[in-house]
Design a protein around this ligand. Structure first.
Ligand code: IFM
Length: 701
């Protein structure tokens, strides 16, 4: 029977180790560590990432640096190193307890020379003190001899070949060993400190090996059959982002750990508070229950609770994928979860954007626009960090041009959407006045300046863009972009009115700072009225100009298939057919739900559902598709879409879970449950008075 709180693995398959490293990620919102083994395994992708610890990298500008490794813990049975790639594994079990974040591994092992023992590891990143992590190693020998435990901190880490760290110092302060490194370019310091404590059995000798960049503590014990030997490794982690002296901080935190039991109790209590706020209970379907909890767990360990200068990457802190960069995934998929369950986290994430307005302004300026154009991929500084070229999927020796950083412009409206949703749901006027309003007004300024007047057709347009569906590049008038831009502009006009009435000083300050003069506001109204957003009489909405003229391909004729349609037909081929990568028109209908009748949703759902690459297209798609299937009355299909989203990582549907958790999909699972199956409707998208939504020049659906 499935335990709805536990992810269980009962056999180790080295071919799946990278996938499982992602699944068994542990963390606490400050840092996360992939589920690599303490003692290592050939070819493992060891990785730990801490929020905000970026360093320079060619082409992609900045990436989260794989921080010094706190895991190393080796065990020697009579001098033979315990390792799953040698000797004989009689039994293997690994369990992640989602309730407390405890990761346990139990291996019955026989060494090449025949020493048998049960070796168990437990680890957790404390949710009570995010600068603390613990490992416990328990050995039950079936032989007489010695067991040696070696615990280390390892600064020799890289990002799959790219080295970010320089060794600075290491040493010992009493019982505590520390290691200090700093990033090569951004100059961020990372300090780790550890203590080793014998919890059961008596140490025969203990020592400290001052190995450069890998300080190691050693305990050697006498083994006799059935006598448990248990050693704990307590670790403190801190960066120069946390204080001027990260070593002192790391040492202070590790020294605050009294013992395993009390640290685990505090951790469990902190987790209980998280689950109180976030848990979703599904009765009668343990698999669905487990996958929802797994998704929520991944969100909770990635969420910055005490830092409002960082964002959550598209792969959380669980892998090397997308180099730790953040996308619209945060605002549209993850933020709703936090807005409704943990608004303090949502606020932190929105402040990250607020603090990067200058980067967004610089991007707009560089494109000849005004206001704030948020980057498609964002890292530490807020500048655009999308790579312009990446290795081609068909031939890694060739390069493919990436256009998203240039023309996937909808992210500015997505940030505005989340800003508004946060305010609308929390009523946090103070934040709106000090931060949110500027985000809403400056994104509107961008949209007004980016709009092009088409004199022949007598309308405003956004040309040469990419909408959420990235199968089609360089399109004109993507309806998601047009309508979200229009919504953003209308909202800004209303917010300014609201500010004038409720916070006149802020209204005056922002009007002056952003030059919101009458001429500019008149242009905003003109763009709103003149933007092209039309539907056919049937209610069907064309995704962009000319979409309906593209070749209509029956997806079934491409089966069986193991890769995205984009890779089957190539970049140019994808631009010529109607197959889409993820919801686009439906995404719009999902966000601005009040604007569409059930009939309009049904018509568009039927049309676009049949033309979406659900299995191998974007992982962002299935969850939203599930919500819209519910709205269209297609409950069986909704379940299929939901399962696709829920198994994206657990079953590694796309074969790339090794790169990290698909964060938007994980958060989307919650959206599918709450807004899809449970049918929660919140009229959050309609503006303040509703007046603007009905103003002349609104969409013509
Ligand atoms: O933001 C997404 C995009 O919508 C589809 N490609 C992957 C990105 C990161 O998850």
């Amino acid at each position: 029977m499935t335990d709805p709180w536990k992810i269980v693995e009962d056999t180790f398959d080295s071919r799946r180790q990278h996938h499982k490293e992602t699944i068994f990620t542990a963390g606490n919102g400050f840092f996360c560590t992939r589920g690599a083994f303490e003692e290592g395994y050939p070819g493992d992708r060891r990785g730990a990432f801490a929020h905000g610890v970026f360093d320079a990298v060619p082409i992609s500008i900045s990436e989260l640096a794989n921080v010094p490794d706190w895991l190393p813990f080796t065990v020697l049975l009579d001098g033979e190193r315990f390792s799953l790639d040698s000797g004989r594994v009689r039994r293997f079990e690994r369990i992640l307890d989602l309730r407390t974040g405890l990761l346990t591994r139990r291996v019955e092992w026989v060494s090449p020379r025949g020493r048998a023992a049960t070796v168990e590891f437990e680890r957790f990143a404390s949710m009570a003190d995010e600068h603390v992590a613990l490992i416990r190693c328990r050995v039950t020998p079936a032989f007489r001899g010695t067991v040696e435990f070696r615990a280390a901190l390892n600064g020799n880490m890289d990002n799959e070949g790219l080295a970010h760290w320089r060794w600075v110092a290491q040493g010992r302060k009493g019982d505590t060993v520390f290691l200090r490194n700093h990033t090569r370019h951004s100059g961020i310091e990372f300090a780790s400190a550890m203590r080793m404590v014998v919890a059961q059995g008596r140490g025969r000798a203990s020592g400290f090996w001052d190995v450069e960049n890998s300080p190691t503590m050693v305990v050697k014990m006498t083994a006799s059959p059935g006598r448990i030997l248990e050693v704990d490794k307590f670790v403190g982690l801190a960066t120069s982002r946390d204080g001027a002296d990260p070593v002192a901080l790391a040492v202070r935190h590790v020294n605050s750990v009294r013992d395993w039991a009390s640290a685990f109790r505090a951790n469990s209590e902190a987790w209980a508070r998280e689950w109180d706020r976030t848990d979703v209970v599904i009765e009668g379907d343990d698999e669905a229950q487990l996958s929802v909890r797994f998704s929520l767990f991944q969100m909770l360990i990635a969420a910055p609770r005490h830092d409002d200068d960082v964002n959550i990457g598209a792969k959380t802190l669980s892998g090397f994928g997308y180099r730790g960069h953040s996308f619209w995934d945060t605002e549209i998929f993850m933020l709703p979860l936090f807005i409704y369950t943990a608004p303090h986290i949502a606020k932190n994430l929105l402040n990250y954007r607020f603090q990067r307005l200058s980067g967004a302004r610089a991007k707009a300026r560089a494109n000849g626009c005004e206001g704030a154009q948020f980057p498609w991929e964002s890292a530490d500084t807020g500048e655009e960090v999308t790579p312009t070229w990446v290795p081609h999927y068909a031939d890694r020796n060739k390069l493919a041009r990436v256009w998203t950083g240039d023309i996937e412009i909808h992210v500015s409206a997505d940030v505005a959407y989340a800003t508004y949703l946060y305010w609308r749901m929390t009523g946090d006027d103070d934040w709106l006045i000090k931060q949110g309003a500027e985000l809403l007004l400056d994104t509107a300024k961008f949209w007004a300046s980016r709009a092009e007047w088409n004199a022949r057709r007598g309308r405003y347009e956004y040309n040469d863009v990419i909408g959420p569906d990235e199968n089609h590049e360089h399109v004109n008038n993507n309806v998601y972009i047009n309508r979200m831009a229009q919504w953003n502009l209308k909202l800004a006009i209303e917010i300014l009115q609201w500010l004038k009435a409720h916070a006149p000083v802020a209204a005056a300050r922002l009007s002056k700072a952003l030059d919101l003069n009458p001429r500019r506001l008149k242009r905003w109204r003109q763009v709103v009225a003149g933007l092209h957003c039309k539907a056919a009489a049937s209610g069907l909405i064309e995704q962009f100009d000319g979409y309906f003229k593209l070749k209509d391909v029956d997806l079934a004729t491409m089966e069986p298939r193991t890769k995205p349609v984009l890779e089957v037909v190539g970049f140019e081929g994808a631009n010529k057919i109607q197959v889409i990568k993820q919801p686009d028109v439906l995404m719009l209908q999902y966000l601005l739900q009040d604007e569409f009748t059930d009939k309009q949703v049904r018509v568009n759902y039927e049309y676009y559902n049949a033309r979406t690459d659900h299995t191998y297209g974007s992982s962002l798609g299935p969850a939203i598709q599930a919500v819209m299937a519910c709205r269209a009355g297609r409950i069986d299909e909704a379940r299929e879409h939901f399962i696709r989203a829920a198994s994206a990582d657990l079953l590694d549907v796309r074969g790339n879970a090794k790169d990290g958790i698909h964060a938007a999909s994980a958060a989307g699972v919650w959206l599918a449950v709450v807004f899809g199956f449970a049918g929660l409707r919140v009229n959050a998208a309609s503006t303040l008075t509703g007046a603007v939504a009905q103003a002349p020049g609104g969409p013509d659906w």
